[in-house]
Design a protein around this ligand. Structure first.
Ligand code: ZN
Length: 67
């Protein structure tokens, strides 16, 4: 039998195991600090991923085709 799985580390401090109550953080402190980072703008919300291919059969790109 394998021992109890270790809890994943807190995503903020990455030192303490995440507490079920504060998942994925180890404590309220880490949770609040993480939120503060968001509010501070440290984290950047990734822009919407641009789909290179809009869809099949709709290729209007005017690529220079050297023949
Ligand atoms: Zn933590």
């Amino acid at each position: 039998m394998s021992p109890a799985q270790e809890a994943p580390l807190c995503v903020f401090c990455r030192k303490n195991p995440a507490e079920a109550k504060w998942r994925p953080f180890c404590s309220e402190r880490c949770k609040l600090q993480d939120l503060a980072r968001w509010a501070d703008g440290t984290y950047r919300v990734p822009a919407e991923p641009v789909n290179p291919a809009e869809g099949p059969g709709e290729d209007n790109t005017d690529t220079p085709d050297v023949t």
